[in-house]
Design a protein around this ligand. Structure first.
Ligand SMILES: Cc1cc2nc3c(=O)[nH]c(=O)nc-3n(C[C@H](O)[C@H](O)[C@H](O)COP(=O)(O)OP(=O)(O)OC[C@H]3O[C@@H](n4cnc5c(N)ncnc54)[C@H](O)[C@@H]3O)c2cc1C
Length: 495
């Protein structure tokens, strides 16, 4: 059985049986990796305390809470923000409910679709909406190109056989075609470690020049700040997951009215408390396996429980004092794991300028404008409800340095310069930077070359402190990965 099927099987078959036959929290067996330690009694819950305290009300914390409550445990969540959802974040007051975080789930998101059904939200198919209209126009400097024009352009730095590829698609295309992994589920196995080189080296091996790599990756990196900064092996894992989703079917689903509604509905269904506005600053526990875990918040409040699940991204966990400290690869990962810089502006247009200038509404640029992505989230799928302009990597940092208002003005001015038909017709509404979000400090986690070895220890329980969250998943990505981590951690906690 592969890891993925094991996780699913355990979740659907084993969990209920295990819970029914295990006196929950009466005794902790030796945990994985602590084989020689004696079996110790877990601390008993004290009056008013939860059995399990969960840090973070993102999807992984909400799902872990639900699964534990299903097993009859008392749970409470501590969340730093004044809202639930974490990286699920919708602008509920803007036309079409633009998503600043989680966008959509594929047909293969078994866990995600199950959670959405339980939340009682209405899902709408959005995959076909992504495919409406012409592909985005490519802008190199001030010059616009269709795919055919780009293929013939003398300044196109791609090898002859790849000249028809647009810059934004070439790196992913090569990873998909040339992946070295026979079984992408084995990406984190030590046997794959020799493949853990930089994406830059991988792309070089496919015949790309430095100039071609810069254009194809560094301008708008999917992960990291440039192709040196990201592991090719991790990119191949991502590719395996994407292929599995494609094989499952072409549909994608999002919540009608905004994905944030799903997180809000899940939080409402919980019996236990969801305490908002509590920033965790320290986690302490005694030295032996039977000791309770205490969580200290910035506002002076203190909570304790026999077991704690931490779903905080490592970008914020690294600012939390953990006593006793973590060790080895896990400590390295907490200190250094990278998180993707992404900044976005939501724009609306007073008139359909694309009908006037007869050009594609979407734009992929190699300059400070980034990527202009039309949003079609109205009742009529053809209707463009607005545009998300997105910067990744170094460009996101640059926008953040300019500040929200200057960045918005720059973006509008750049579009107006490239497309005179937009003059005076664009309204820049919200600016959203994941790097500047205090409780995320970046979007997805990503691994640099040589860091895939961290996955062996990244989620290792530390006494009665357990770890979950997107960054700990090894079989799925994104929201589905966050949910995978909830299943794993719940199995660890109840066994
Ligand atoms: C722009 C963007 C687009 C995305 N698109 C997709 C997509 O299309 N498909 C897909 O599958 N996935 C997508 N994702 C990824 C998906 O949203 C995440 O993988 C998932 O939501 C992560 O859930 P999580 O619970 O692991 O982490 P989070 O949602 O980050 O939850 C962690 C929680 O911990 C809280 N926290 C942090 N520090 C502290 C502290 N010190 N004290 C107390 N609380 C704290 C945070 O506020 C947060 O609520 C996208 C993400 C982004 C940002």
């Amino acid at each position: 059985m592969d890891r993925r099927r094991f996780a699913l099987g355990a979740a659907t078959l084993g969990l209920g049986a295990m819970a029914a036959s295990t006196p929950l929290l009466a005794a902790t067996k030796t945990r994985p990796g602590a084989g020689t330690k004696p079996v110790a009694k877990a601390a008993a819950r004290q009056a008013g305390e939860p059995d399990v305290l969960i840090l973070g009300a993102g999807i992984s914390g909400l799902q872990a809470s639900h699964m534990l409550e299903e097993q009859g445990l008392k749970v409470a969540i501590i969340e730093g923000r004044d809202r639930v959802g974490g990286r699920i974040m919708t602008l509920l007051d803007q036309p079409g409910y633009p998503e600043m975080g989680f966008n959509s789930m594929g047909e293969g998101y078994g866990r995600g679709l199950d959670v959405a059904t339980r939340a009682g939200v209405t899902m709408q198919e959005v995959g076909s909406r992504y495919r409406i209209g012409p592909p985005p126009l490519l802008y190199i400097g001030n010059q616009a190109f269709t795919r055919d024009e780009w293929a013939k352009f003398p300044g196109n730095p791609f090898p002859d056989a790849l000249k028809t590829a647009m810059p934004g698609e070439l790196a992913a295309m090569l990873v998909a075609q040339k992946t070295r992994l026979k079984d992408w589920n084995a990406w984190a196995d030590p046997v794959s470690a020799p493949l853990d080189i930089s994406l830059h080296d991988f792309l070089k091996q496919q015949g790309l020049s430095d100039k071609a790599i810069h254009l194809a990756y560094d301008i708008a990196p999917y992960y990291g700040r440039n192709a040196y900064d990201v592991s090719a092996l991790m990119s191949e894992y991502n590719d395996g997951f994407v292929k599995a989703q494609i094989a499952a079917g072409p549909k994608s689903f999002a919540v009608k009215g905004g994905n944030l509604l799903m997180a809000q509905a899940l939080a409402k269904q919980l019996k236990g408390d969801v305490l908002l506005g509590r920033e965790v600053v320290a986690i302490t526990q005694g030295g032996d396996a039977g000791s309770r875990v205490t969580v200290h918040c910035k506002d002076g409040s203190v909570f304790s429980a026999p077991k704690v699940i931490c779903t905080l991204p490592f970008s914020t966990l690294r600012n939390v004092a953990i006593e006793p400290g973590l060790n080895g690869l896990q400590a390295e990962a907490v200190a250094q794991l990278g998180y993707q810089p992404i900044s976005m502006v939501f724009l609306t247009a007073d008139t359909p300028f694309w009908e006037q200038d007869k050009l594609a509404p979407g734009m992929w640029t190699d300059g400070v404008l980034g990527n202009v992505i039309p949003q079609r989230y109205g009742e009529d799928p053809q209707q463009i409800t607005g545009f998300i302009v997105q910067a990744r990597g170094n460009l996101a940092d640059y926008w953040d340095l300019l500040g929200a208002e200057n960045a918005k003005a720059l973006i509008v001015a750049r579009i107006e310069a490239l497309r005179p038909a937009t003059k005076g017709k664009l309204r820049a509404h919200s600016y959203f930077s994941w790097s500047q979000e205090r409780f995320n400090v970046g979007d997805f986690s990503y691994l640099a070359p040589g860091q895939v070895k961290w996955m062996a220890d990244i989620a290792k329980p530390a006494g009665n402190l357990f770890f979950a969250g997107e960054h700990t998943a090894t079989g799925a990505r994104g929201l589905e990965g966050a949910l995978e981590s909830s299943e794993r951690v719940v199995l660890e906690v109840i066994s």
